[in-house]
Design a protein around this ligand. Structure first.
Ligand code: FEO
Ligand code: CA
Ligand code: CA
Ligand code: CA
Length: 583
Protein backbone atom coordinates (compact mmCIF):
# COMPACT_ATOMS: atom_id res chain seq x y z
CA UNK A 1 0.00 0.00 0.00
CA UNK A 2 1.16 3.52 -0.81
CA UNK A 3 -0.22 4.96 2.40
CA UNK A 4 -0.98 3.37 5.76
CA UNK A 5 -1.26 4.14 9.45
CA UNK A 6 -4.09 5.08 11.76
CA UNK A 7 -6.25 7.18 9.50
CA UNK A 8 -9.45 9.10 10.16
CA UNK A 9 -12.54 6.97 10.68
CA UNK A 10 -13.93 6.13 7.26
CA UNK A 11 -10.49 6.31 5.65
CA UNK A 12 -8.93 3.22 7.23
CA UNK A 13 -8.08 1.25 4.11
CA UNK A 14 -4.90 0.57 2.13
CA UNK A 15 -4.76 3.01 -0.77
CA UNK A 16 -4.93 1.54 -4.26
CA UNK A 17 -1.79 2.28 -6.29
CA UNK A 18 -2.05 4.11 -9.63
CA UNK A 19 -2.50 1.54 -12.42
CA UNK A 20 -3.64 1.03 -15.99
CA UNK A 21 -5.39 -2.33 -15.70
CA UNK A 22 -8.70 -3.12 -17.42
CA UNK A 23 -10.58 -3.71 -14.21
CA UNK A 24 -12.05 -1.99 -11.18
CA UNK A 25 -9.43 -2.09 -8.40
CA UNK A 26 -10.34 -1.78 -4.72
CA UNK A 27 -8.34 -2.04 -1.46
CA UNK A 28 -7.34 -5.42 0.00
CA UNK A 29 -10.29 -6.92 1.86
CA UNK A 30 -12.84 -5.33 -0.47
CA UNK A 31 -14.54 -6.60 -3.61
CA UNK A 32 -16.56 -5.01 -6.39
CA UNK A 33 -19.09 -6.04 -9.00
CA UNK A 34 -21.43 -4.40 -11.52
CA UNK A 35 -24.94 -3.58 -10.29
CA UNK A 36 -26.35 -2.81 -13.72
CA UNK A 37 -24.76 -2.49 -17.16
CA UNK A 38 -25.63 -0.70 -20.39
CA UNK A 39 -28.31 -2.85 -22.04
CA UNK A 40 -29.53 -4.62 -18.89
CA UNK A 41 -33.32 -4.86 -18.70
CA UNK A 42 -35.45 -2.64 -16.51
CA UNK A 43 -38.55 -4.44 -17.74
CA UNK A 44 -38.96 -8.12 -18.56
CA UNK A 45 -40.56 -7.32 -21.90
CA UNK A 46 -37.28 -5.81 -23.16
CA UNK A 47 -35.19 -7.79 -25.60
CA UNK A 48 -31.92 -9.25 -24.29
CA UNK A 49 -28.85 -7.05 -24.84
CA UNK A 50 -27.34 -7.94 -28.21
CA UNK A 51 -24.42 -5.66 -29.12
CA UNK A 52 -24.41 -6.90 -32.71
CA UNK A 53 -28.03 -5.93 -33.18
CA UNK A 54 -28.99 -2.85 -31.15
CA UNK A 55 -32.55 -1.62 -31.62
CA UNK A 56 -34.22 1.53 -30.36
CA UNK A 57 -37.20 -0.45 -29.08
CA UNK A 58 -34.98 -2.64 -26.90
CA UNK A 59 -32.79 0.26 -25.73
CA UNK A 60 -35.81 2.24 -24.54
CA UNK A 61 -36.59 -0.59 -22.06
CA UNK A 62 -32.97 -1.24 -21.09
CA UNK A 63 -30.41 0.67 -19.00
CA UNK A 64 -28.92 3.48 -21.12
CA UNK A 65 -25.35 4.35 -22.12
CA UNK A 66 -22.68 6.31 -20.24
CA UNK A 67 -24.08 6.43 -16.74
CA UNK A 68 -22.98 9.52 -14.82
CA UNK A 69 -24.83 10.68 -11.69
CA UNK A 70 -26.07 8.01 -9.28
CA UNK A 71 -28.49 8.64 -6.43
CA UNK A 72 -30.12 6.27 -3.96
CA UNK A 73 -33.54 7.05 -2.49
CA UNK A 74 -34.85 4.86 0.31
CA UNK A 75 -37.59 2.29 -0.23
CA UNK A 76 -37.73 -0.31 2.53
CA UNK A 77 -35.08 -2.28 4.44
CA UNK A 78 -32.15 -2.67 2.05
CA UNK A 79 -34.15 -1.74 -1.02
CA UNK A 80 -33.51 1.55 -2.79
CA UNK A 81 -34.67 3.52 -5.77
CA UNK A 82 -31.53 4.10 -7.81
CA UNK A 83 -31.58 7.09 -10.16
CA UNK A 84 -28.95 7.24 -12.89
CA UNK A 85 -28.54 9.55 -15.86
CA UNK A 86 -27.05 8.68 -19.24
CA UNK A 87 -24.94 11.58 -20.38
CA UNK A 88 -24.03 10.83 -23.98
CA UNK A 89 -23.47 8.12 -26.57
CA UNK A 90 -20.22 7.10 -28.26
CA UNK A 91 -21.50 5.68 -31.53
CA UNK A 92 -18.16 4.47 -32.85
CA UNK A 93 -17.91 2.17 -29.83
CA UNK A 94 -21.58 1.15 -29.85
CA UNK A 95 -22.16 0.18 -33.47
CA UNK A 96 -20.18 -2.21 -35.67
CA UNK A 97 -18.97 -0.56 -38.89
CA UNK A 98 -20.23 2.87 -37.79
CA UNK A 99 -19.91 5.51 -40.53
CA UNK A 100 -19.73 8.83 -38.69
CA UNK A 101 -20.47 10.77 -41.89
CA UNK A 102 -23.63 8.79 -42.60
CA UNK A 103 -25.35 7.33 -39.54
CA UNK A 104 -28.53 5.36 -40.21
CA UNK A 105 -31.93 6.28 -38.81
CA UNK A 106 -31.94 3.16 -36.62
CA UNK A 107 -28.52 4.07 -35.16
CA UNK A 108 -29.70 7.60 -34.40
CA UNK A 109 -32.87 6.30 -32.75
CA UNK A 110 -30.83 3.86 -30.64
CA UNK A 111 -28.75 6.84 -29.49
CA UNK A 112 -31.88 8.82 -28.61
CA UNK A 113 -33.06 5.88 -26.52
CA UNK A 114 -29.63 5.40 -24.91
CA UNK A 115 -29.62 9.01 -23.65
CA UNK A 116 -31.71 10.27 -20.75
CA UNK A 117 -32.49 8.86 -17.35
CA UNK A 118 -33.11 5.56 -15.59
CA UNK A 119 -35.03 5.01 -12.38
CA UNK A 120 -34.56 1.43 -11.18
CA UNK A 121 -35.16 -0.27 -7.86
CA UNK A 122 -32.16 -2.15 -6.46
CA UNK A 123 -32.07 -4.53 -3.55
CA UNK A 124 -29.47 -6.12 -1.29
CA UNK A 125 -32.01 -7.91 0.88
CA UNK A 126 -31.37 -11.42 -0.40
CA UNK A 127 -27.58 -11.10 -0.28
CA UNK A 128 -27.05 -11.95 3.38
CA UNK A 129 -25.15 -10.19 6.18
CA UNK A 130 -21.62 -10.07 4.77
CA UNK A 131 -22.50 -9.12 1.22
CA UNK A 132 -23.02 -5.50 0.19
CA UNK A 133 -24.01 -6.36 -3.37
CA UNK A 134 -27.09 -4.87 -5.00
CA UNK A 135 -29.24 -6.23 -7.80
CA UNK A 136 -31.80 -4.50 -10.00
CA UNK A 137 -35.46 -5.35 -9.46
CA UNK A 138 -36.77 -5.91 -12.99
CA UNK A 139 -40.39 -4.72 -13.40
CA UNK A 140 -40.47 -2.86 -10.08
CA UNK A 141 -43.52 -0.55 -10.32
CA UNK A 142 -41.32 2.54 -9.90
CA UNK A 143 -38.85 1.61 -12.66
CA UNK A 144 -38.81 4.16 -15.47
CA UNK A 145 -36.76 5.15 -18.49
CA UNK A 146 -36.76 8.67 -19.95
CA UNK A 147 -35.10 9.13 -23.34
CA UNK A 148 -34.36 11.97 -25.77
CA UNK A 149 -37.95 11.75 -27.05
CA UNK A 150 -40.05 11.60 -23.84
CA UNK A 151 -42.01 14.60 -22.59
CA UNK A 152 -40.53 17.06 -20.10
CA UNK A 153 -42.27 20.17 -18.79
CA UNK A 154 -40.67 23.62 -18.69
CA UNK A 155 -41.60 25.49 -15.51
CA UNK A 156 -40.75 28.91 -14.07
CA UNK A 157 -40.53 32.26 -15.86
CA UNK A 158 -39.14 30.99 -19.17
CA UNK A 159 -41.99 28.48 -19.67
CA UNK A 160 -44.20 29.74 -22.50
CA UNK A 161 -41.85 32.58 -23.47
CA UNK A 162 -41.43 33.50 -27.14
CA UNK A 163 -37.82 32.27 -27.13
CA UNK A 164 -38.81 28.68 -26.26
CA UNK A 165 -41.74 28.32 -28.66
CA UNK A 166 -41.16 26.02 -31.64
CA UNK A 167 -43.24 24.81 -34.57
CA UNK A 168 -43.84 21.49 -32.80
CA UNK A 169 -44.61 23.18 -29.45
CA UNK A 170 -46.24 26.61 -29.89
CA UNK A 171 -46.99 26.58 -26.13
CA UNK A 172 -43.28 26.70 -25.27
CA UNK A 173 -43.91 24.35 -22.36
CA UNK A 174 -43.45 20.76 -23.53
CA UNK A 175 -39.93 19.63 -24.44
CA UNK A 176 -39.05 16.28 -25.92
CA UNK A 177 -36.19 14.72 -24.06
CA UNK A 178 -33.28 15.56 -21.85
CA UNK A 179 -29.71 15.55 -23.16
CA UNK A 180 -26.19 15.28 -21.77
CA UNK A 181 -27.16 14.87 -18.14
CA UNK A 182 -23.99 15.02 -16.10
CA UNK A 183 -23.77 15.09 -12.32
CA UNK A 184 -26.77 15.73 -10.09
CA UNK A 185 -28.09 15.77 -6.58
CA UNK A 186 -30.99 14.73 -4.38
CA UNK A 187 -33.25 17.29 -2.72
CA UNK A 188 -34.30 17.07 0.93
CA UNK A 189 -37.89 16.72 -0.33
CA UNK A 190 -37.19 13.42 -2.12
CA UNK A 191 -36.66 14.53 -5.70
CA UNK A 192 -33.76 14.09 -8.08
CA UNK A 193 -31.97 17.06 -9.62
CA UNK A 194 -30.12 16.18 -12.81
CA UNK A 195 -28.10 18.60 -14.91
CA UNK A 196 -28.11 19.15 -18.67
CA UNK A 197 -24.48 19.87 -19.55
CA UNK A 198 -23.01 19.92 -23.09
CA UNK A 199 -26.32 20.32 -24.94
CA UNK A 200 -24.58 22.35 -27.65
CA UNK A 201 -23.13 19.24 -29.29
CA UNK A 202 -26.55 18.05 -30.52
CA UNK A 203 -27.51 21.13 -32.56
CA UNK A 204 -26.33 22.05 -36.06
CA UNK A 205 -26.07 24.97 -38.45
CA UNK A 206 -25.64 28.02 -36.24
CA UNK A 207 -24.13 29.61 -39.35
CA UNK A 208 -27.60 29.57 -40.90
CA UNK A 209 -28.92 31.96 -38.24
CA UNK A 210 -28.92 35.58 -39.41
CA UNK A 211 -30.06 37.59 -36.36
CA UNK A 212 -26.94 39.02 -34.73
CA UNK A 213 -28.11 38.87 -31.10
CA UNK A 214 -29.06 35.22 -31.59
CA UNK A 215 -25.71 34.48 -33.20
CA UNK A 216 -23.86 36.00 -30.25
CA UNK A 217 -25.85 33.89 -27.84
CA UNK A 218 -25.20 30.73 -29.83
CA UNK A 219 -21.49 31.53 -29.94
CA UNK A 220 -21.32 32.10 -26.17
CA UNK A 221 -22.80 28.62 -25.68
CA UNK A 222 -20.49 26.96 -28.23
CA UNK A 223 -23.05 25.96 -30.85
CA UNK A 224 -21.42 24.54 -33.99
CA UNK A 225 -21.67 26.52 -37.22
CA UNK A 226 -22.18 23.52 -39.47
CA UNK A 227 -23.19 19.89 -39.05
CA UNK A 228 -23.38 18.34 -35.57
CA UNK A 229 -21.14 15.45 -34.59
CA UNK A 230 -23.99 12.91 -34.57
CA UNK A 231 -25.98 14.33 -37.53
CA UNK A 232 -29.28 14.13 -35.70
CA UNK A 233 -30.46 17.19 -37.66
CA UNK A 234 -30.89 14.92 -40.68
CA UNK A 235 -33.50 12.87 -38.85
CA UNK A 236 -35.33 15.55 -36.84
CA UNK A 237 -35.25 19.20 -37.94
CA UNK A 238 -35.57 20.40 -34.35
CA UNK A 239 -31.82 19.83 -34.10
CA UNK A 240 -31.23 22.24 -37.03
CA UNK A 241 -30.80 25.78 -35.70
CA UNK A 242 -31.44 27.32 -39.10
CA UNK A 243 -34.90 25.70 -39.13
CA UNK A 244 -35.75 25.83 -35.39
CA UNK A 245 -33.64 28.50 -33.65
CA UNK A 246 -35.52 28.17 -30.33
CA UNK A 247 -35.27 24.41 -29.77
CA UNK A 248 -31.77 24.78 -28.29
CA UNK A 249 -33.18 27.17 -25.65
CA UNK A 250 -35.14 24.25 -24.23
CA UNK A 251 -31.93 22.46 -23.15
CA UNK A 252 -29.27 23.40 -20.62
CA UNK A 253 -31.49 23.30 -17.54
CA UNK A 254 -31.62 21.58 -14.18
CA UNK A 255 -34.26 18.87 -14.39
CA UNK A 256 -36.28 17.89 -11.30
CA UNK A 257 -37.69 14.36 -11.25
CA UNK A 258 -40.04 12.86 -8.65
CA UNK A 259 -39.00 9.20 -8.74
CA UNK A 260 -41.57 8.19 -6.14
CA UNK A 261 -44.45 9.19 -8.45
CA UNK A 262 -44.38 6.88 -11.48
CA UNK A 263 -46.86 9.12 -13.33
CA UNK A 264 -44.94 12.38 -12.82
CA UNK A 265 -43.54 14.42 -15.72
CA UNK A 266 -40.00 15.67 -15.05
CA UNK A 267 -39.66 19.45 -14.90
CA UNK A 268 -36.97 21.66 -16.37
CA UNK A 269 -36.63 24.41 -13.75
CA UNK A 270 -35.89 27.61 -15.64
CA UNK A 271 -35.48 29.80 -12.53
CA UNK A 272 -32.10 28.06 -12.00
CA UNK A 273 -30.65 29.54 -15.19
CA UNK A 274 -29.35 28.00 -18.37
CA UNK A 275 -25.73 26.98 -18.85
CA UNK A 276 -23.70 23.79 -19.07
CA UNK A 277 -25.05 22.63 -15.76
CA UNK A 278 -22.79 20.22 -13.99
CA UNK A 279 -24.96 19.46 -10.97
CA UNK A 280 -27.10 20.99 -8.29
CA UNK A 281 -26.55 20.07 -4.69
CA UNK A 282 -28.67 21.38 -1.88
CA UNK A 283 -28.15 22.64 1.61
CA UNK A 284 -30.90 23.91 3.88
CA UNK A 285 -30.49 27.31 5.49
CA UNK A 286 -31.24 27.80 9.19
CA UNK A 287 -34.71 28.96 8.08
CA UNK A 288 -35.18 25.76 5.99
CA UNK A 289 -34.89 27.55 2.67
CA UNK A 290 -32.93 25.60 0.08
CA UNK A 291 -29.65 26.76 -1.44
CA UNK A 292 -28.53 25.01 -4.61
CA UNK A 293 -24.87 25.24 -5.62
CA UNK A 294 -24.15 24.85 -9.32
CA UNK A 295 -21.15 24.91 -11.67
CA UNK A 296 -20.97 25.71 -15.38
CA UNK A 297 -18.43 23.23 -16.71
CA UNK A 298 -16.53 25.29 -19.23
CA UNK A 299 -13.10 26.80 -19.12
CA UNK A 300 -13.44 30.38 -17.80
CA UNK A 301 -17.08 29.97 -16.78
CA UNK A 302 -18.79 30.62 -13.52
CA UNK A 303 -20.04 29.31 -10.19
CA UNK A 304 -23.70 29.88 -9.24
CA UNK A 305 -26.08 29.62 -6.30
CA UNK A 306 -29.88 29.63 -6.26
CA UNK A 307 -31.70 30.37 -3.00
CA UNK A 308 -35.39 29.57 -2.75
CA UNK A 309 -37.83 32.22 -1.57
CA UNK A 310 -39.80 29.75 0.50
CA UNK A 311 -38.92 27.24 3.18
CA UNK A 312 -39.13 23.51 2.59
CA UNK A 313 -41.94 21.81 4.47
CA UNK A 314 -41.70 18.14 5.45
CA UNK A 315 -44.34 15.97 3.82
CA UNK A 316 -45.90 18.78 1.75
CA UNK A 317 -45.28 17.48 -1.77
CA UNK A 318 -47.40 20.13 -3.50
CA UNK A 319 -45.64 23.01 -1.75
CA UNK A 320 -42.14 21.57 -2.24
CA UNK A 321 -42.86 21.19 -5.96
CA UNK A 322 -43.02 25.01 -6.18
CA UNK A 323 -39.73 25.72 -4.39
CA UNK A 324 -37.53 25.78 -7.46
CA UNK A 325 -39.78 28.20 -9.37
CA UNK A 326 -39.37 30.97 -6.77
CA UNK A 327 -36.04 32.38 -5.70
CA UNK A 328 -32.91 34.28 -6.62
CA UNK A 329 -30.03 33.17 -8.80
CA UNK A 330 -26.55 34.47 -7.90
CA UNK A 331 -23.13 34.25 -9.54
CA UNK A 332 -19.84 34.20 -7.61
CA UNK A 333 -17.25 36.96 -7.64
CA UNK A 334 -14.10 36.05 -5.71
CA UNK A 335 -11.79 38.66 -4.21
CA UNK A 336 -8.05 38.09 -3.84
CA UNK A 337 -8.15 38.49 -0.06
CA UNK A 338 -10.15 35.31 0.52
CA UNK A 339 -13.54 36.99 0.56
CA UNK A 340 -16.23 36.95 -2.11
CA UNK A 341 -19.68 38.09 -3.13
CA UNK A 342 -22.73 36.35 -4.52
CA UNK A 343 -24.03 38.81 -7.10
CA UNK A 344 -27.80 38.59 -7.67
CA UNK A 345 -28.70 38.08 -11.34
CA UNK A 346 -32.44 37.48 -11.38
CA UNK A 347 -35.31 36.87 -8.97
CA UNK A 348 -38.09 34.52 -10.10
CA UNK A 349 -41.63 34.59 -8.74
CA UNK A 350 -43.71 31.91 -10.41
CA UNK A 351 -44.11 33.05 -14.01
CA UNK A 352 -42.25 36.34 -13.70
CA UNK A 353 -38.55 37.13 -13.53
CA UNK A 354 -37.06 40.39 -12.28
CA UNK A 355 -33.64 41.12 -13.73
CA UNK A 356 -30.82 42.59 -11.64
CA UNK A 357 -28.60 42.94 -14.72
CA UNK A 358 -28.76 46.22 -16.64
CA UNK A 359 -29.68 45.75 -20.29
CA UNK A 360 -31.16 42.27 -19.91
CA UNK A 361 -34.73 41.22 -19.13
CA UNK A 362 -35.35 38.62 -16.45
CA UNK A 363 -36.19 35.99 -19.07
CA UNK A 364 -32.99 36.84 -20.95
CA UNK A 365 -30.91 36.43 -17.80
CA UNK A 366 -32.42 32.98 -17.21
CA UNK A 367 -31.93 31.90 -20.82
CA UNK A 368 -28.52 33.47 -21.44
CA UNK A 369 -27.12 33.27 -17.96
CA UNK A 370 -23.51 33.18 -19.13
CA UNK A 371 -23.92 36.62 -20.67
CA UNK A 372 -25.43 37.90 -17.44
CA UNK A 373 -22.37 36.60 -15.60
CA UNK A 374 -20.12 38.35 -18.12
CA UNK A 375 -22.02 41.61 -17.61
CA UNK A 376 -21.58 41.68 -13.82
CA UNK A 377 -17.92 40.67 -13.82
CA UNK A 378 -18.22 37.19 -12.32
CA UNK A 379 -14.96 35.35 -11.66
CA UNK A 380 -13.77 33.08 -14.47
CA UNK A 381 -13.08 29.59 -13.12
CA UNK A 382 -11.17 26.47 -14.25
CA UNK A 383 -14.19 24.32 -15.23
CA UNK A 384 -16.46 24.30 -12.18
CA UNK A 385 -17.78 20.77 -11.88
CA UNK A 386 -19.46 19.34 -8.80
CA UNK A 387 -20.09 21.91 -6.06
CA UNK A 388 -21.19 20.26 -2.86
CA UNK A 389 -21.85 21.45 0.68
CA UNK A 390 -20.62 19.22 3.50
CA UNK A 391 -23.63 17.98 5.47
CA UNK A 392 -21.39 18.01 8.59
CA UNK A 393 -19.91 21.51 8.43
CA UNK A 394 -21.75 23.47 5.72
CA UNK A 395 -18.43 24.17 3.98
CA UNK A 396 -18.99 24.09 0.22
CA UNK A 397 -16.40 22.19 -1.86
CA UNK A 398 -15.88 23.26 -5.46
CA UNK A 399 -14.19 20.83 -7.87
CA UNK A 400 -12.38 22.63 -10.70
CA UNK A 401 -11.39 19.95 -13.18
CA UNK A 402 -8.68 21.71 -15.19
CA UNK A 403 -8.06 24.56 -17.61
CA UNK A 404 -5.04 24.20 -19.85
CA UNK A 405 -6.10 27.36 -21.71
CA UNK A 406 -5.49 29.72 -18.77
CA UNK A 407 -2.43 31.85 -19.42
CA UNK A 408 -0.20 33.50 -16.84
CA UNK A 409 -1.86 36.81 -17.68
CA UNK A 410 -5.30 35.34 -16.91
CA UNK A 411 -4.58 34.10 -13.39
CA UNK A 412 -6.81 35.12 -10.51
CA UNK A 413 -6.53 34.19 -6.86
CA UNK A 414 -8.99 31.25 -6.86
CA UNK A 415 -7.45 29.92 -10.11
CA UNK A 416 -3.74 30.40 -9.43
CA UNK A 417 -2.02 28.04 -11.88
CA UNK A 418 -1.36 28.72 -15.57
CA UNK A 419 -2.08 25.85 -17.98
CA UNK A 420 -3.85 24.11 -15.11
CA UNK A 421 -3.94 20.52 -16.31
CA UNK A 422 -4.51 18.85 -12.93
CA UNK A 423 -7.30 21.01 -11.50
CA UNK A 424 -7.94 21.98 -7.89
CA UNK A 425 -10.51 22.06 -5.10
CA UNK A 426 -11.74 25.18 -3.29
CA UNK A 427 -13.47 25.50 0.09
CA UNK A 428 -16.13 28.18 0.34
CA UNK A 429 -18.10 29.26 3.40
CA UNK A 430 -21.15 31.48 3.09
CA UNK A 431 -21.36 34.43 5.50
CA UNK A 432 -22.42 33.33 9.00
CA UNK A 433 -22.38 29.81 7.45
CA UNK A 434 -25.89 30.66 6.22
CA UNK A 435 -26.56 30.03 2.53
CA UNK A 436 -28.88 33.04 2.32
CA UNK A 437 -25.83 35.27 2.79
CA UNK A 438 -24.57 37.26 -0.19
CA UNK A 439 -20.97 37.10 0.97
CA UNK A 440 -18.53 34.26 1.44
CA UNK A 441 -14.96 33.42 2.36
CA UNK A 442 -12.82 30.90 0.51
CA UNK A 443 -9.48 29.11 0.45
CA UNK A 444 -7.73 26.56 -1.68
CA UNK A 445 -7.94 23.03 -0.28
CA UNK A 446 -6.07 21.03 -2.95
CA UNK A 447 -3.89 21.86 -5.94
CA UNK A 448 -3.96 18.48 -7.66
CA UNK A 449 -1.24 16.56 -9.49
CA UNK A 450 1.66 14.27 -8.71
CA UNK A 451 2.59 15.10 -5.11
CA UNK A 452 6.26 15.37 -6.04
CA UNK A 453 5.40 18.29 -8.34
CA UNK A 454 6.35 21.62 -6.75
CA UNK A 455 3.06 23.34 -7.52
CA UNK A 456 0.81 20.80 -5.82
CA UNK A 457 -0.74 21.41 -2.41
CA UNK A 458 -2.64 19.01 -0.17
CA UNK A 459 -3.98 21.38 2.49
CA UNK A 460 -0.50 21.42 4.02
CA UNK A 461 -0.33 17.65 4.56
CA UNK A 462 2.95 15.76 4.12
CA UNK A 463 3.13 15.22 0.37
CA UNK A 464 5.15 12.00 0.73
CA UNK A 465 2.06 10.45 2.33
CA UNK A 466 -0.64 11.16 -0.25
CA UNK A 467 -1.91 9.50 -3.43
CA UNK A 468 -1.61 11.37 -6.75
CA UNK A 469 -4.88 12.92 -7.92
CA UNK A 470 -5.74 14.82 -11.11
CA UNK A 471 -8.87 16.28 -12.75
CA UNK A 472 -11.30 16.34 -9.78
CA UNK A 473 -14.86 16.00 -11.02
CA UNK A 474 -17.65 14.61 -8.83
CA UNK A 475 -17.80 15.01 -5.06
CA UNK A 476 -19.55 13.15 -2.25
CA UNK A 477 -19.33 12.96 1.54
CA UNK A 478 -19.35 9.92 3.76
CA UNK A 479 -21.18 9.80 7.09
CA UNK A 480 -18.05 11.02 8.91
CA UNK A 481 -17.71 14.13 6.76
CA UNK A 482 -14.74 12.91 4.70
CA UNK A 483 -14.72 14.19 1.13
CA UNK A 484 -14.70 11.67 -1.74
CA UNK A 485 -13.50 12.91 -5.11
CA UNK A 486 -13.88 11.14 -8.43
CA UNK A 487 -11.74 12.08 -11.42
CA UNK A 488 -12.22 12.67 -15.14
CA UNK A 489 -9.02 12.56 -17.15
CA UNK A 490 -6.19 11.30 -14.91
CA UNK A 491 -5.18 8.89 -17.66
CA UNK A 492 -4.14 11.84 -19.83
CA UNK A 493 -2.32 13.75 -17.10
CA UNK A 494 -0.74 11.36 -14.60
CA UNK A 495 -0.95 8.31 -16.85
CA UNK A 496 -3.14 6.23 -14.57
CA UNK A 497 -6.77 5.14 -14.69
CA UNK A 498 -9.37 7.48 -13.29
CA UNK A 499 -10.13 6.95 -9.65
CA UNK A 500 -12.21 7.59 -6.57
CA UNK A 501 -10.09 9.26 -3.91
CA UNK A 502 -11.01 10.09 -0.32
CA UNK A 503 -9.62 12.80 1.91
CA UNK A 504 -10.14 14.03 5.46
CA UNK A 505 -11.15 17.70 5.59
CA UNK A 506 -10.62 18.12 9.34
CA UNK A 507 -8.22 16.91 12.02
CA UNK A 508 -4.59 15.80 11.85
CA UNK A 509 -5.10 13.96 8.56
CA UNK A 510 -6.67 16.91 6.74
CA UNK A 511 -5.42 16.85 3.14
CA UNK A 512 -4.23 13.24 3.11
CA UNK A 513 -5.66 12.04 -0.22
CA UNK A 514 -5.99 8.26 -0.48
CA UNK A 515 -7.15 6.34 -3.56
CA UNK A 516 -10.01 3.97 -2.77
CA UNK A 517 -10.87 2.68 -6.22
CA UNK A 518 -9.71 2.86 -9.81
CA UNK A 519 -11.83 2.23 -12.92
CA UNK A 520 -11.00 0.27 -16.10
CA UNK A 521 -8.95 1.71 -18.97
CA UNK A 522 -10.41 4.73 -20.68
CA UNK A 523 -13.22 5.01 -18.15
CA UNK A 524 -14.19 7.99 -16.03
CA UNK A 525 -15.28 7.69 -12.41
CA UNK A 526 -18.70 9.26 -11.84
CA UNK A 527 -21.56 9.36 -9.38
CA UNK A 528 -19.88 8.33 -6.15
CA UNK A 529 -22.04 7.35 -3.18
CA UNK A 530 -20.42 6.28 0.09
CA UNK A 531 -22.38 4.67 2.92
CA UNK A 532 -21.32 2.44 5.80
CA UNK A 533 -22.28 -0.64 3.79
CA UNK A 534 -21.00 0.12 0.31
CA UNK A 535 -19.46 2.46 -2.23
CA UNK A 536 -21.15 3.00 -5.58
CA UNK A 537 -19.58 4.53 -8.66
CA UNK A 538 -20.68 4.87 -12.26
CA UNK A 539 -17.99 3.73 -14.68
CA UNK A 540 -18.51 5.98 -17.67
CA UNK A 541 -17.08 5.37 -21.17
CA UNK A 542 -14.81 2.38 -20.39
CA UNK A 543 -12.42 1.82 -23.30
CA UNK A 544 -12.87 5.31 -24.72
CA UNK A 545 -9.45 6.58 -25.73
CA UNK A 546 -7.45 7.05 -28.93
CA UNK A 547 -8.40 4.50 -31.57
CA UNK A 548 -11.38 3.08 -29.72
CA UNK A 549 -14.15 1.52 -31.79
CA UNK A 550 -16.64 -1.33 -31.72
CA UNK A 551 -14.03 -3.37 -33.56
CA UNK A 552 -10.87 -2.47 -31.60
CA UNK A 553 -12.36 -2.90 -28.08
CA UNK A 554 -9.58 -1.32 -26.06
CA UNK A 555 -11.47 -2.48 -22.98
CA UNK A 556 -13.74 -5.47 -22.61
CA UNK A 557 -14.87 -4.58 -19.12
CA UNK A 558 -17.03 -5.77 -17.41
CA UNK A 559 -17.90 -8.89 -19.38
CA UNK A 560 -14.34 -9.76 -20.43
CA UNK A 561 -13.35 -12.18 -23.17
CA UNK A 562 -13.03 -9.49 -25.84
CA UNK A 563 -16.67 -8.42 -25.56
CA UNK A 564 -17.76 -4.80 -26.00
CA UNK A 565 -17.13 -2.53 -23.02
CA UNK A 566 -20.31 -1.56 -21.17
CA UNK A 567 -20.71 1.55 -19.01
CA UNK A 568 -22.00 0.21 -15.69
CA UNK A 569 -22.80 1.15 -12.12
CA UNK A 570 -20.46 -0.68 -9.74
CA UNK A 571 -20.76 -1.48 -6.05
CA UNK A 572 -17.75 -2.08 -3.79
CA UNK A 573 -18.00 -3.53 -0.29
CA UNK A 574 -15.98 -5.32 2.37
CA UNK A 575 -15.59 -9.05 2.32
CA UNK A 576 -15.84 -9.23 6.12
CA UNK A 577 -19.12 -7.29 6.23
CA UNK A 578 -17.65 -4.49 8.37
CA UNK A 579 -18.21 -0.79 7.71
CA UNK A 580 -16.46 0.97 4.83
CA UNK A 581 -13.19 2.53 5.98
CA UNK A 582 -13.50 1.43 9.63
CA UNK A 583 -10.22 -0.56 9.67
FE1 FEO B 1 -20.02 15.77 -17.87
FE2 FEO B 1 -18.48 18.26 -16.59
O1 FEO B 1 -18.61 16.50 -16.87
CA1 CA C 1 -18.75 15.38 -14.73
CA1 CA D 1 -21.86 15.00 -6.00
CA1 CA E 1 -16.73 14.77 -16.99
Amino acid sequence: PAVGGPDAVGLRFDAVAPNFVDAVSVPAGYTSEPVIRWGDKLFSDAADFDPANLTAAAQARQFGYNNDHVGLLPLEQDEHLMVVNHEYTDEVMMFGGYDAANPTREQVEVSWAAHGLSVVAVTGRHRGPRNGGLDPVVDHPLNRRFTATDEFELTGPVAGAELVRTSADPSGRVVLGTLNNCAGGLSPWGTWLTAEENFNQYFANADGVTDSATRQRLARYGLPGGASERKWERFDTRFDLSAEPNEVNRFGWIVEVDPYDPTSTPRKRTALGRFKHEAATVSLTPGRRAALYMGDDERFDYLYKFVTRDAYRSNDVAHNATLLDNGTLYVARFADDGSGEWIPLVTSTGDTATSHVPGMTGVEVLLFTRQAGDAVGATTMDRPEDVEPSPKTGVVYVALTNNTARSAAQLNAPNPRPSNKHGHVIELVDGRNDATSSTFTWDIFLLCGNPEDEDTYFAGYDKTQVSPISCPDNLAFDRHGNLWISTDGQNGTIGANDALHAVAVKGSRRGQVKTFLTVPRGGETCGPIVTDERVLVAVQHPGEYGGASFETRLSSWPDGGGQVPRPSVVVAYRLDGKKIGHG
